[in-house]
Design a binder for this molecule. Sequence first.
Ligand code: ZN
Length: 196
Amino acid sequence: MARIKDTSVEAVKAATEILPLVEDYVRLRKTGGTYKGLCPFHQERTPSFIVTPARGTFKCFGCGEGGDAIAFVEKLEQVDFVGAIEFLAQRFNIEIEYEEISPEAARKRERGKRLEQLLERATVFYERMLWESDAGAFAREYLAGRGLGEDVCKAFRLGYAPGGPTLGRRALQEGYTQEELLTAGQLEDDDDDASF
Ligand code: ZN
């Protein structure tokens, strides 16, 4: 199996300029430090699509699409991350180097990525439980009582684990395995009904 070398990914990111990239698709007009045009992701008559070259980002205030140059290519060209890097390499004349990796290493990498995603989703779930659920009310009161403001708690991504199998069940439904949940520390051993 071949994958793009990290150094090539970095070189492509460094060479990528969002303004000329977007201008391949959208006519933009300069307004101060940003550029404005008709959004390529939804139909509109008045421009609500903004490109900020200094930050390397785009944002549509009509449909909410936004991100960096890689996200722009992923969405518009319907490619994944690797496809976007290859596309940008061509557009900005960067030679990409590939390296061979063993199927074993590829599997390990893929697994690491899945576990990372799993933890991110769990974090978001706990955050929502803390800030948006009735069950989280006493936890919110507790934090406030300890003098911890909402800003601080959100910065540290505190969450509330309600107990019960909800999150574990949902993760299993989404195709994560028991074993992955165990590895990520999101399910207690020999406890199918563990709180998550
Ligand atoms: Zn839009």
